[in-house]
Design a protein around this ligand. Sequence first.
Ligand SMILES: Cc1cc2nc3c(=O)[nH]c(=O)nc-3n(C[C@H](O)[C@H](O)[C@H](O)COP(=O)(O)OP(=O)(O)OC[C@H]3O[C@@H](n4cnc5c(N)ncnc54)[C@H](O)[C@@H]3O)c2cc1C
Length: 443
Amino acid sequence: MSETLYKAELGETASDIKARRLHQPRRIVIIGGGFAGVAAARALRRCNAEVILIDRRNHHIFQPLLYQVATAILAPSEVAAPIRQLARRQKNLSVMLAEVTGVDLRSRSVDADCPGVGVRKVSFDYLVIALGVQPSYFGHDEFAKYAPSLKTLTDAEAIRAKILGAYEFAESAEDPSERARRMTFVLVGAGPTGVELAASIAHIATITLRANFRRIDPAKTSILLFEGAPRILPSFAESLSKKVAKRLEKLGVKVVTGAKVERVDEQGVVAGKRIESATVLWTAGVAPSPIVKMLGIQTDRAGRACVGPFLDHPNDSPIFVIGDLAAVTQDGRALPGVAQVAIQQGRYVGRLISAEIKGRKTPRPFRYFDKGNMAVVGKHFAVLERGSIRLSGFMPWLVWVLIHVMFLPQLQNRLRVQTQWLWTYFTGQRSSRIIAEAPRGDE
Ligand SMILES: Cc1cc2nc3c(=O)[nH]c(=O)nc-3n(C[C@H](O)[C@H](O)[C@H](O)COP(=O)(O)OP(=O)(O)OC[C@H]3O[C@@H](n4cnc5c(N)ncnc54)[C@H](O)[C@@H]3O)c2cc1C
């Protein structure tokens, strides 16, 4: 840890901060070590500045593959990397494990709650906010107890235990209706995550668990995918959404569109009628980090920060908001909350700050280059949309595989994921089926 960061952790006085600003390199604080934050930090590697990256977790998660942890294909360590390891070669970068609980624009500092130490003020000359979003139950937080969502490694492991545990309970259940309830999976929300999870559960039911049980037949699993909108994958073209729905039905997933889930409890869900299910998964909504409210910035309907053309705070230029947390409109359309947007915004802001510190001309306003949008639906089938290009089937699936391997954060992740995928591809088996603790009946 650099000496200045150590001092910051101890809490600087106003004169300390003034002296540091006069005599030391500028300090850039990045909060959030997801796609956007890590990209911003990397883009600052040649900048004569002290860069501090704060995250409440010690790891960066490759979220597009989280569903594979939840469905036992991959282990948590295969889709995540320690942030410190990613930062090890960048000498101007320090990593701080802390939860950011406040941002004080007047004193130019953030409150960072370090485990075992307490809250420390970390002052900044530039602040990059990349805290992402969190699951939202649309005002029904009570659903969370029964319907976990997928955002962290802990969530993925909990979902995996729930899915695999359901079959264990079904095997020992005497009552046929309880057995059916255990073997009914309900997913609420048919965006890419809901679709990917549903198809992967179908694969577990029909292939992975084949011949594993004696009293139940996992192939008789019932998988229901609910979507409130008139069609699934609303962010894709209608033609692709139809193809995916057809593919899901073929895999044994029942797709229910235009259906509002009104209630979730320990017995299942109510969506027009009651559906008995022991495993309800929430893949529906997201809400921005609460830190946005401390910025005094205008927000969009979803609560994301409406940033300026340079992704900056309109009234406070050394403050930037990027990634899922930022509401950016381009050519009349809101940019989606996807990894590519977050990475490009992170790179852009890193370069902009670097240019500003070097006294160079700052770049043009941010513009997103759309490389395309993809969703995978089990083995051998994916959809790809890029501008007017719309593809589905095996080729996009191959592209999906290659892109995801390429973008994993470290070489060891890439090698391990490739090995697991080859194993699953040829055997149908999944390597991460161990549940550390035997599931309890009420889970
Ligand atoms: C299950 C799932 C599947 C997805 N699949 C795809 C996909 O297939 N393709 C795609 O392009 N996109 C996908 N996405 C979306 C993509 O992951 C996001 O758009 C991207 O992660 C946004 O990057 P970000 O840096 O803004 O936020 P994140 O990557 O979410 O990073 C935010 C970081 O901030 C940290 N943080 C949050 N609050 C605090 C705090 N108070 N203090 C300290 N640290 C904090 C978090 O620990 C996290 O590391 C998926 C998302 C999920 C959840």
